[in-house]
Design a protein around this ligand. Sequence first.
Ligand code: CP
Length: 320
Amino acid sequence: MNHLISMEDLERAAIERIVAQAERFSEVSHREIKTVPALRGRMVLNLFYEASTRTRSSFELAAKRLSADVVNFASSGSSVEKGESLKDTVLTLSAHKPDAIVLRTPWAGAAELVSRWCSAAIVNAGDGKHEHPTQALLDVYTLHRTLGNISGASIWIVGDVAHSRVARSNIIAFQRMGARVTVAGPPTLIPRGIEQLGCDVRYSLDELSGADVVYALRMQRERMDDTWVPSLREYAARYQINAQRLHPHQVLMHPGPVNRGVELSGEVVDSPQAVITAQVEAGVVVRMAVLYELLAGRSGPARPDGQVSGERAENPAAVA
Ligand code: CP
């Protein structure tokens, strides 16, 4: 794997390999010393053109726990504010020779474009409405830990599918792992033709009780250029996941940040069925596994002991 741009890039075996690697790194995260030398001498550049709490912090932690050098770049406060383009920014920062660039932008397709401009491994950390593959991987990991087996599970993705990069990546990932996926929401927020990805479509929550997992999406008002629902109050009345709609056997997921009182009631966010905090926790070990998958084994700077830095080990988590 040279880059991680779309979930389309990963077959089931690759997803399972990343999940298994994340489980090994999870053991490390419970130790007193939480770092391993797997990517010592490598550099990870976090390039963020959009707000982020979970993804940015977990990629930084993941790279540091693998002993990589980390450069964090946020477009605000940078020369982007003086008009520097994405391409010139990437070419400028490439002078520091990053081994990987973790990129979040509001532009669909930007990660793919950047992969043509430099030699670093590109990780798509969210490109507009297009994809967010590491979110999908951490969600697969969380469900693997919660359910044991995703194959055959019924997963409902509820809400603003039209503006969601998470929905697209997760539909692909969950189906690759053998789950049955249904997307549900108001007709204005379900893209026409989404069935072509292999999922079912519902415009009401009448059959929600049949789901094993309810995956609520955020109402993404920053990506809406028009009024897509009559009002948030009306949306909540028909589609909010609340204590009346969530059944006791169901697992509740959300990528965050949550609009409490809109797509989720405060009560269900705080319920034991919600694994939202576990999703955030999974973000670190899954992103460690992704960086390891991309960088270990790639030729890198020579170490004083003659080994290639980041050489793929049988179990990098065992190397303290
Ligand atoms: N889920 C997610 O991508 O969250 P952030 O926008 O906080 O990174």
